[in-house]
Design a protein around this ligand. Structure first.
Ligand code: GCU
Length: 630
């Protein structure tokens, strides 16, 4: 009886979930992770501005005052009622209220509060914040000269994790998700002269969120990417996609979406260097589909990362972008870039600077990481496990590195919670919207090491469908898991049927077996798809030397790599790999006092930038592979 009841219970919840996610897929929104504008704000733009750096904008980066607020005193009254939902909407720290006179009672003061550098995580900016998880209020004061007839957007590159944003004491809205951009329309809300923006940022982990409570990376909190105030004309170019059509080197396809339109408009698209100049007309909603024949073009590739200047002009607005044109597809077990079979010589990396610990802080840091990857003779990187910054992708475009981009659907997510699904699908969509014009991005990953179950299969199946709906020109994948039967390492996952690659993490020699016995194992893969190993590796403390059987030593890591190559190259469908990982990284899950000290030591480079033995072993392997695929 009990069995029947539980089966019935779970059957009912699956059905409910299936219905709800069907509603989600057909656009009936639940808890939008897009910024939710409070009733009076209602100011969110239709779609995220494409290419914010190509617009006229003011940077609000710099030193922001901050107030640490573990009990959220600045947000809730003592009855835990949000001040910004009270009748007056006032009372919280976002008022930035100074005492009127000596008698006035105010228990916070931004002017007298310390400052931190924005963009920047807070954990690396004050000793006491290293492990801090909770709320911190951040305030920036800035001058503005708003002009009539112009639109203004306040744009955040990323805030980890939940952000509530206020301008001049008024709530603009909130956003969830620590790695994707969001914006607010602040037209008509800016003062001439002094303005103040206040952000309540909260990086507390929760089971139902994306990511969930358990991750193997540091939960850096705060405003980790640029804050920009963009100025646009009344009618402006809001969004566009200009890429080669799926598997077609002879046609550019895409769209341009205007906002603030009152009538159909003409759009001019120029790619002068490719001899392309065309005009298209929008419909009444400001949207124009694009389909342009390609005569002569240098296609983007790691060997020749050619970027074209693309100019778009319409209704008094104009924007330029640097875009590469390439096709990516699979055929049987091959991955074809511009129609030619390639091997993805890759490495995984986190968005973290090991030398000055913390989230990457601008171009120089990002170039350092990608340059290290190039020194490995990589042509490909896995940006794990969450969307890295737009600048990182533009740099990959420029430096000629193919990219696996991923959303933090990591380990055991709340598979049956509709809000969790909505959150995951929104983060995926925001990532894809932001980077859809990046030639470097060839693979959208919908998750990492998610345990097979009916509810998970439904959830991940829907995410795969969302990815395909958003973009049919790139590959869709996920980092799957393997299981072992005797000495067989088996990849068997119903999700793989919905993906373009058989991509999985396997830790032969480290989490199972060891360097002595790992070659006794062999992979059993039943899919006729390209095989891409998303992770393998071993921890090694740089400078600790011993024999190849001694864990934590550079020699153990090196031998493990050599044996991995033997195991993996035995697979006929092997077409790529991203060993774990380029450089040691911080993790709250790594407590060995001597070998780890809160570092995951699987890097090929140490936290002081020292290359370990295995770095050179991998480089040599890639030099050989490169010759085979020339
Ligand atoms: C996992 C996971 C990584 C983690 C790695 C490790 O597979 O995907 O995020 O850091 O293994 O254990 O080192």
């Amino acid at each position: 009886m009990q069995g029947l009841r539980t089966w019935l219970g779970s059957a009912v919840c699956y059905v409910v979930f299936a219905v709800l996610s069907h509603m989600a897929a057909s656009g009936i929104a639940f808890a939008q992770t897009r910024p939710t504008a409070t009733a009076e704000a209602q100011t969110v733009a239709p779609a995220l501005l494409q290419n914010i750096y190509g617009r006229s904008h003011t940077s609000l980066n710099g030193r922001w005052n901050y107030i640490i607020d573990p009990y959220e005193m600045g947000y809730y009254d003592y009855r835990r009622m949000p001040f910004d939902e009270s009748a007056t909407g006032k009372g919280g720290f976002y008022d930035d209220r100074a005492p009127k006179d000596k008698n006035d009672w105010v228990e916070y003061n931004f002017d007298l509060s310390p400052t931190m550098k924005i963009p920047g995580d807070w954990n690396s900016q004050a000793e006491k914040l290293q492990l801090y998880e909770g709320t911190i209020w951040l305030r920036q004061v800035f001058d503005a000269e708003p002009k009539a007839g112009k639109n203004y957007f306040l744009y955040f590159g990323a805030v980890n994790y939940e952000a509530h944003v206020y301008l001049n004491g008024k709530k603009l809205g909130s956003h969830k998700g620590g790695f994707t951009p969001f914006q607010f329309d602040v037209t008509g809300k800016l003062n001439k002269g002094k303005n103040f923006v206040i952000v309540k940022a909260d990086n507390t982990r929760h089971q139902h969120e994306i990511p969930t409570v358990n991750t193997d990376w540091w939960n850096y909190g705060g405003i980790t990417r640029d804050v920009l105030l963009a100025e646009l004309p009344a009618t402006y170019i809001n969004d566009y996609k200009i890429q080669l059509a799926k598997g077609n080197l002879k046609r550019i396809e895409g769209f341009v979406q205007l906002a603030g339109v009152r009538k159909p408009e003409e759009i001019k698209i120029n790619i002068a260097e490719a001899g392309i100049s065309t005009t298209v007309k929008t419909d009444a909603n400001g949207r124009a589909a694009i389909s342009i024949p390609v005569e002569k073009m240098t296609y983007w590739s790691p060997e020749n990362p050619k970027l074209y200047k693309v100019d778009i002009a319409a209704a008094g607005d104009s924007v330029s972008d640097r875009i590469g044109f390439r096709t990516i597809e699979t055929r049987g077990q091959d991955i074809l870039l511009n129609g030619k079979s390639i091997f993805l010589r890759g490495i995984s990396l986190h968005d973290e600077n090991p030398l000055i610990v913390g989230r990457l802080r601008g171009q120089a840091d990002m170039r350092m990481m990608l340059q290290w990857a190039k020194e490995l003779n990589s042509n490909y990187v896995r940006l794990a496990h969450y969307p890295h910054s737009e600048e990182m992708l533009r740099l990959a475009d420029e430096m000629g590195l193919l990219v696996w981009a991923e959303v933090p659907v990591y380990w055991t997510i709340s598979w049956t919670n509709p809000d969790t699904y909505q959150n995951a699908s929104q983060q995926l969509t925001d990532l894809m919207l932001r980077d859809k014009n990046r030639a470097s991005v060839i693979i959208w990953s919908i998750g990492n090491e998610t345990p097979v179950s009916d509810a998970r299969n439904v959830f991940m199946g829907k995410l795969a469908a969302t990815a395909r709906n958003n973009d049919d020109t790139r590959l869709v994948a996920a980092a799957l898991e393997v299981h072992r039967e005797g000495h067989d390492v088996i990849v068997e996952d119903p999700l793989a049927d919905k993906l373009d690659l058989v991509s999985f993490n396997e830790y032969a020699g480290w989490y199972w077996s060891n360097t002595k016995e790992m070659l006794d194992y062999r992979f059993k893969i039943k899919y006729n798809k390209p095989v891409v190993i998303t992770e393998f590796g071993a921890d090694a403390l740089a400078g600790y030397h011993a024999d190849g059987d001694t864990r934590w030593s550079e020699e153990y890591q090196d031998v493990l790599y050599q044996k991995q190559f033997k195991m993996l190259t035995a697979m006929p469908g092997l077409r790529g790999m991203t060993p774990w990982i380029l450089v040691d990284f911080r993790s709250p899950r790594r407590q060995h006092p001597y070998f780890q000290d809160f570092w995951n030591r699987k890097g090929l480079i140490s936290d002081s930038g020292k290359k370990k033995k295995a770095f050179f072993t991998l480089k040599n392997f890639y030099d050989d592979v490169q010759k085979k695929y020339q």
